[in-house]
Design a protein around this ligand. Sequence first.
Ligand code: FMN
Length: 192
Amino acid sequence: MKVLALEGSPRRGNSSMLLDWVLEGVREGGGEVTRLRVVELDIHPCTGCDSCLSTGECILADDMAWLVERVMESWHLVLASPVYFYHLPAQLKAFIDRLQPLWVRRSLLHQDPLQRGGLLFLGVGATRGERLFEGVLLTLKCVASFLGLEVLEPLLVRGVDAPGEVARREDLAREARRRGRELLSRGPGPGL
Ligand SMILES: Cc1cc2nc3c(=O)[nH]c(=O)nc-3n(C[C@H](O)[C@H](O)[C@H](O)COP(=O)(O)O)c2cc1C
């Protein structure tokens, strides 16, 4: 089962470590992982040119066309990211904005997406407020809907700031690995 994992942080810190653990669980269960860091890809911001409104295709020439292929061929999508000002870092938000052609395909061109697996969000933030992840989760609910993915219970870690601080959280690594293994129980079997 193919799992696409995208890292939203510009640094290798807490969300990256959380993703390491989840993907260990996925691999233990025999899942096939493609792991990418959005900061290492060439993803221009959406220009709002509206070309995709009639075609469902983007006219910008960068890594996004390739990445959309990876998204569509994967059964599950895992996003690991810190919260930046109550939302996602700009590079990951640019990726999401550039999914607009897929939104168009579903909403305007009435091409229903394949019903696939789930969208799992791994989130970290420095503060502890109850509403810390609200903005991100609302966006991801919308994204999951037009990608034909189920929103899976997110793994949210509050109160971590310096890189690697998540490692001090007791039982977190175990819980993250369990989530990774659990992903594989939600699938079509081998193939996608
Ligand atoms: C530009 C920027 C904005 C941030 N905004 C928030 C925020 O709104 N709320 C919060 O709790 N933490 C915020 N943080 C802290 C990060 O979420 C925190 O350091 C997190 O552990 C970083 O994850 P990473 O190590 O995976 O990059 C911000 C950090 C940066 C650099």
